[in-house]
Design a protein around this ligand. Sequence first.
Ligand code: PAF
Length: 281
Amino acid sequence: MKPKIIRGLPKLRKLVSGWKTAGEGVAVVPTMGALHDGHLSLARTACKAGDKVVVTIFVNPKQFNNPEDLAKYPRTEEADAAMLAPVGVDVIYLPSVDEVYPPGFSTNVTVGDVSKSLEGEFRPGHFDGVATIVAKLFLMTQADRAYFGEKDYQQLMVVRKMARDLNMPIDVIGCPTLREPGGLAMSSRNARLSAEERATAPALHIALQNASAAILAGAPVSTTLDTARQQLVAAGFGPVEYVELRSSAALEPMMVLDRPARLLAAAWLGKVRLIDNIAVG
Ligand code: PAF
């Protein structure tokens, strides 16, 4: 059955309250649209769990620290709805900017610790914007479960921390990154790469894989991270904002592999900023 398209919050609330009265579980898959197979796989996982599933599509102005990035963010509502049609989700919720941020809106959710470095350092204010919209979407949908991709690993950690710190009654579920053949992590931003950049882009994942193999073989972490940065520059990336080894649980910097870890990187390819991360081991 085709998903119902809902734009206004009162309609969404009425539908969700009917589901809850009937004893149904509710899941939310928050997105900014420009959907790709990574999003569809989150939606499919949510459907398989047997909940009523709401996919939200909202290009959230508060999480863009760069106005050009916001202006250029792809908006593909019709194509998104067509992609979701065969998946089995129940609702596509498309709130307007005015509904989400009415005049006078002045509340922000700031998550400490995990939001401060990496993306938090290079995109000031980004995670306040993410935490605020995600908190709002959790409240709007009253969801019991929420699905996020590990592609934005730090975002997943920030949302988990927020939900835990604020006792939100929701399970935040992380799902594996989907990759193109060659290893490029699926992302809505990939659509903005030229053909030449698209051919270069898998080097980001390859640099992380090489670094992971070197660290697991006992190479010193700081030399390995330097090598990964150099590999990215040699491939055509620049600037390289970070390549770091962090603890998987709390994103603490690591110089020796003494607990479960993740390699995370952000680098520009032409005018497109790409991020990626992998588990080490
Ligand atoms: O990952 C995204 O697409 C966004 O950051 C999210 C979680 C939908 C919040 O706007």
